[in-house]
Design a protein around this ligand. Sequence first.
Ligand SMILES: [Zn+2]
Length: 222
Amino acid sequence: MDLVFIDANVLVSPVPRTMVYQTAAYAEPGFLPIYSPFVETQAERHQRPGHIRVSELRARLDWHLCPDANPEQFDFVDTSQADRPILAAAISSEAKFIITSDVDDFGNTDLRRYGISAVNPGLFLAARVTPDIYTDTLYEIAARRQREPRTATSIHNLEIAVELDVLFRRFQTIFGPTTSPSPHNPPRTLFKGAVCIQCKQTLTKAENGLHQDCRWQDWVGK
Ligand SMILES: [Zn+2]
């Protein structure tokens, strides 16, 4: 089971957050999301009024908290000051991955020194989730929904396509032919760091998150 540290920008964003936690409930992707109190405070500060508080979701859904850590105990050089507490907590909790929608906040030197990777949530899920788990998860979300979109197909086409671009492209045709809407603020960088998303072995500089042999075979956007 791999511990994956969830950044505040994922925790505060309902579509990526739900996909991460919901797919983690299956055994096969083999990961457990964690985050620290610092992250929860940051996320709640950015939550929209009317949304259920992250701390309340955690209590209700039994999410895992790990301790905060002091960034002064590490030799960080190229991670933004604001994100050093996140990197410190992730390393201290022995997470191998930080799931973040802003990979560029983290520095390659720091990530490599401490053997951890920063990964965009869409890329992480595309690498770890099977087609069956993807479809089951969307059906489960659709069954609970009180508002539109409330079918698996429309959640795939309207929400995953916009917010988890790489995941959408991996499973683009799973519900039949689609037109691809433009992703919402597509991130410049999807991956930085030391270890492969799939096998957790060291990567060389040229690889973008996955060894060639670890990459899913039906990947169309390569
Ligand atoms: Zn690999």
